[in-house]
Design a binder for this molecule. Structure first.
Ligand SMILES: NC(=O)c1ccc[n+]([C@@H]2O[C@H](COP(=O)([O-])OP(=O)(O)OC[C@H]3O[C@@H](n4cnc5c(N)ncnc54)[C@H](OP(=O)(O)O)[C@@H]3O)[C@@H](O)[C@H]2O)c1
Length: 289
């Protein structure tokens, strides 16, 4: 039987934009009180204003890299709505570039937000869920948790780490009647790629993503609400990609060749740029193939 979501409060991180915002709307439509968190208060308030009339919501600005901010979101949810039924740990960002060219700070920063920020988001809510013997943690990972594309190595590593933690927690929390699900969107039309461009200084690879693999944020949001109603371990928003990832995992060399072809133009451009940079520093490099 489907779980009735009415009056079951959910905390959503990164709720100001994209997948988080669309999920806030879908959860409010299902009757859930929604706590919207993120760093930009003005964007959060705009997202809260877009919820259906009569929705119960709360804006709690905060940064997922700060555990105190995440604790405050849980405390304010409890004070306003009397419970925390679900947490959607969704806040995150991407970075495009060769791993070896990323600074140590850049690599650590993406893990701070995407991985440690995810833990920060749900940890303060877990004791409460265990006590009530009811709850659902959803972690926004990515299809890249299962696969790799060049130039997204660090980002994919954060998404794989989220996926692994989610799998372990699913078994740890099952005896307490707390569900844990990982969400694996494919390319989604959000501000994600603007942030990638801002963080990395360039974002050309995504221009090669076939339209087939780019979806609206509302599709992910609907899938999250379906999972809240009927909990399942993993939420995939493209069965075709899920199948591709599974087959690719079984034949990694062929999969790498396929991916290489898909991103070859980008690889050539990036290699040429790196060669030019090194040449200007007086280092000879072999031409890109
Ligand atoms: N779009 C895609 O193609 C795609 C595909 C697979 C997975 N995903 C995942 O989906 C999730 C949502 O991304 P999106 O596509 O909806 O992109 P988005 O529109 O850029 O949303 C990301 C949200 O995260 C928030 N955020 C970022 N850093 C934060 C921090 N340190 N503390 C609190 N909030 C923070 C941002 O708000 P503030 O800047 O105001 O804090 C923003 O609202 C991410 O985890 C992403 O990895 C996206």
């Amino acid at each position: 039987m489907a779980i009735a979501l009415i009056n079951k409060p959910i905390i959503i991180t990164g709720a100001a934009t994209g997948i988080g915002r669309a999920t806030a709307i879908a959860c409010a439509q299902a009757g859930m009180p929604v706590v919207l968190t993120g760093r930009r208060e003005d964007r959060l308030r705009a997202a809260a204003a877009a919820l259906p009339a009569g929705s119960r919501s709360l804006v709690v600005p905060g940064d997922v890299t700060n555990p105190d901010d995440c604790r405050r979101a849980v405390e304010e949810c409890l004070a306003a709505f009397g419970a925390v039924y679900a947490v959607f740990a969704n806040a995150g960002y991407g970075y495009e570039g060769p791993v070896h060219e990323m600074t140590e700070e850049q690599v650590r920063a993406i893990f701070e937000t995407n991985f440690f920020g995810t833990l920060n988001a749900f940890r303060p809510a877990i004791p409460h869920m265990i006590e009530r013997r009811a709850g659902h943690v959803l972690i926004c990972s990515s299809c890249l948790a299962r696969f790799i594309i060049p130039f997204y190595g660090a980002y994919s590593a954060t998404k794989a780490a989220q996926h692994h933690v989610g799998r372990a927690m699913r078994l740890e929390l099952a005896p307490h009647n707390v569900f844990v699900s990982t969400v694996h969107p494919v390319g989604t039309r959000t501000e994600f790629f603007d942030v990638v461009a801002e963080q990395s200084g360039a974002s050309t690879l995504v221009k090669h993503s076939p339209d087939l693999f780019v979806q609206p944020a509302s599709r992910v949001a609907s899938a999250v609400v379906r999972c809240l109603k009927r909990p399942r371990p993993e939420v995939w928003t493209s069965q075709l990609v899920r199948l591709g990832m599974s087959i690719g995992g079984a034949i990694p060399r062929t999969a790498d060749l396929f991916i290489k072809r898909m991103v070859d133009d980008h690889t050539r451009n990036a290699s040429a740029a790196a060669a030019a940079r090194l040449a200007s520093e007086g280092t000879r490099v072999p031409p890109a193939r």
